[in-house]
Ligand binder design. Structure first.
Ligand SMILES: *Cc1c(COP(=O)(O)O)cnc(C)c1O
Length: 370
């Protein structure tokens, strides 16, 4: 099966093979793997040893984000959050549930957030000490200019937490150039093309130390995790998904061999172009204006034809070994296709060919946007 969804993504066979073995996570060999992963991730984020650390935590992306909010924002602390789409909504919920106060910044969902709007909101409310930013808003496919937005927050002395779950590995990120960023969170899956199973945070050491004791959680305390890593390198406080950890080491080696972030961005952008041009040639209409379309996920307007049926489309594609999302999350009906994972532009062109066959099989003739 080829997964054309924005996570979990298709992976290289070597990545999957690494997880098909039993591992003892407290074994010395395993410790070496964990420390190698942490060094590789730190390098990929532009981190400097001693100033920044990479922390590997059990769970999925939301666990990293909750851990960051708990660790860096005190209870009752106020967080400005541009409401970019459903992933911003999710961050709002998880921060609110743990007693942090989200101040929403309403923004248009179909284009990048304007740094001037963020600066203005911060200017108006000095009680906001943190800003949370979604780098790639996976519900819309829009990429937000995190370096520029973080700079706007930093110029007013505010701290920044970044959700780069669907961005890291593909979109440029240099934590050393962004001293206002406390942490950036992502996972072993998505653009790093490992298996799902662990979340990863790259954070500032000074902030981890300054925030010790603030998380009010044992499992989701990044300061404590950092302290543990220092005392006992390569070990976890609790049992990790060991197979996914070893598979992540293989995925990071493949990432480096491909040419790192720039090469990955180029491949995904080419996947996105092949998809957009392909669906347009089928008479379908992409949801976003081309200049707002990021390289991670593409929403396509559902066709008007009464023969259109999303679930039937999904099921007929699945018979051709292609999986797309069986739901949409745009205001108007659409279908969504991920451009990330171990897939090539050639794979994407084949997949669009399969979409054309399925539309014919379904009898979808009027393909104008519904
Ligand atoms: C995938 C994703 C997450 C986290 O999802 P999990 O299911 O918790 O791994 C968070 N934010 C964004 C933008 C995402 O794309």
């Amino acid at each position: 099966m080829r997964l054309l969804i924005p996570g979990p993504v298709s992976t290289h066979p070597d990545v999957r093979a690494a997880a098909a073995v039993d591992y003892a996570p407290w074994d010395d060999d395993f410790r070496d793997v964990v420390e190698r992963i942490r060094a590789r991730v730190l390098r990929a984020a532009g981190g400097r040893p001693g100033e920044h650390v990479a922390l590997v935590l059990q769970g999925c992306g939301h666990f990293a984000l909750e851990a960051a909010c708990r660790t860096f924002v005190p209870e009752g602390g106020r967080i400005l959050l541009p409401k970019t789409g459903q992933y911003a909504d999710r961050l709002e919920r998880l921060a609110t549930e743990i007693g942090r106060v989200v101040v929403p910044l309403e923004v248009p969902g179909d284009r990048p957030v304007d740094p001037a709007a963020l600066a203005e909101a911060l200017d108006a409310d000095g009680s906001i000490k943190h800003v949370a930013l979604i780098y790639s808003e996976t519900s819309t496919g829009v990429v937000h200019d995190v370096p520029a937005l973080a700079a706007a927050a930093g110029s007013q002395g505010r701290r920044v937490i970044v959700d780069a779950v669907s961005a890291f590995g593909a979109l440029p990120f240099d934590i050393n150039a962004l001293p206002m960023v406390d942490s950036v969170g992502f996972t072993t899956n998505k653009c790093l093309e490992g298996l799902p199973g662990a979340s990863v945070t790259v954070a500032r050491v000074d902030r981890l130390e300054a925030c010790a004791g603030q998380a009010r959680s044992w499992s989701l305390d990044l300061s404590e995790l950092h302290d543990h890593n220092r005392r006992s390198p390569g070990t976890f406080r609790f049992t990790p998904a060991a197979g996914a950890i070893v598979a992540f080491d293989v995925a990071l080696a493949l990432f480096e061999a491909e040419g790192g972030q720039a090469a990955r961005l180029a491949r995904y952008a080419e996947n996105m172009r092949a998809l957009i041009e392909g669906v347009q040639a089928l008479g379908l209409q992409p949801y976003l204006a081309r200049e707002s379309q990021g390289p991670i996920v593409v929403n396509v307007h559902a066709p008007t034809d009464p023969a259109w049926d999303l679930i039937r489309f999904v099921n007929l594609l699945k018979r051709r070994e292609i999986v797309i999302s069986n739901f949409y999350n745009t205001p108007a009906p659409s279908f969504r296709v991920g451009c990330i994972g171990a897939i090539t532009p050639e794979n994407m062109r084949d997949s669009v060919g399969a979409m054309g066959e399925v539309l014919l099989e379904m009898g979808v003739r009027n393909r104008a946007a519904a």
